[in-house]
Design a protein. Structure first.
Length: 283
């Protein structure tokens, strides 16, 4: 796996960019930035545990249950994007949203990307440019609104701009492990948002679950879209695609699909918004 452009530049300059130089946005009571301490990463893992294991009935390991934290080895090499509600505090106590960000250099330290356990992601590894794997997205229940999600995406846009990310990818989920319950949504995604062949990722043969169980024209696309989870809808609004095949994840009690988003439209939209805000502050 290649080392990304920004890492190479940092080595030449003798020091990596600080997290504040990569992502730092304050909007009213909200702030989005990268985690700056072990305590903040711990708080993000506690948030993930509350959402995934207590609210969404994922199955923790005994160690996770004892610590009430969602964690794995990827947490040690990734960047943790945080949204803080500064009314709750400026540090760990203020964290209301998080995303886990894994670039090529982090994946190289692990020997793989996280999603390679479910999908053959060679098209992403071979992509000519820097790529970013998104994962562990969650928001505190009482902060689950458009404003918090927009702050996360502003952070992702700035991060992608800094590291010259060309494509983002990762797994997103339908609830439960019975794909038949999601035949409408899965068929819609396959028929209307399947990735083009050159970037189409396919589920591993041992885990492949067919998505196109309904014939095109046999269902109302608008009703089908209504059955797609909000996070996946958000990716689609950004021009996202899905890979071929769903995967059952018994640990998280979900049916996963693979998401691919080219970052050009994302970064342009949010960078313009951010730069407008900076000009307004300076005037």
């Amino acid at each position: 796996m290649r080392i990304d452009r920004a890492d190479s530049e940092a080595e030449l300059l003798g020091a990596p960019a600080s997290s504040a130089e990569i992502v730092k946005v304050v909007a009213g009571d909200f702030e989005v930035r990268l985690a700056e301490s072990a305590a903040e990463i711990d708080a993000a893992q506690a948030l993930r545990y509350r959402v995934f294991y207590e609210e969404m009935t994922a199955r923790p390991t005994p160690e996770m249950a004892a610590r009430r934290r969602d964690f794995d080895a990827f947490d040690e090499v990734c960047d943790h994007l945080l949204v803080l509600d500064r009314r709750r505090g400026d540090g760990p106590e203020g964290i209301v949203g998080t995303y886990r960000l894994i670039r090529r250099s982090a994946a190289a330290r692990m020997g793989r990307f996280y999603s390679s356990a479910e999908y053959d992601i060679q098209p992403m590894i071979d992509y000519p440019g820097e790529v970013l794997e998104l994962g562990r997205s969650c928001i505190e229940k009482d902060a689950r609104n458009t404003a918090t999600m927009q702050m996360l995406w502003r952070g992702i846009a700035l991060y992608s701009y800094h590291y010259n990310i060309q494509v983002m990818f990762g797994c997103a989920s339908f609830p439960g492990t019975d794909p038949a319950q999601h035949s409408l949504g899965l068929s819609y995604l396959y028929h209307h948002h399947l990735a083009p062949p050159e970037i189409r990722v396919r589920a591993l043969a041992s885990r492949y679950v067919r998505m196109d169980v309904l014939e095109p024209g046999s269902y109302d696309p608008r009703k089908a879209m209504a059955r797609v989870p909000p996070l996946i809808k958000g990716y689609l609004r950004l021009g996202g695609y899905v890979g071929d095949g769903a995967v059952i994840d018994p640990e998280f009690n979900t049916t996963d699909v693979f998401i691919i988003v080219k970052t050009e439209l994302v970064t342009e939209k949010y960078i313009r918004h951010y730069e407008r805000g900076m000009r307004d502050q300076d005037s």
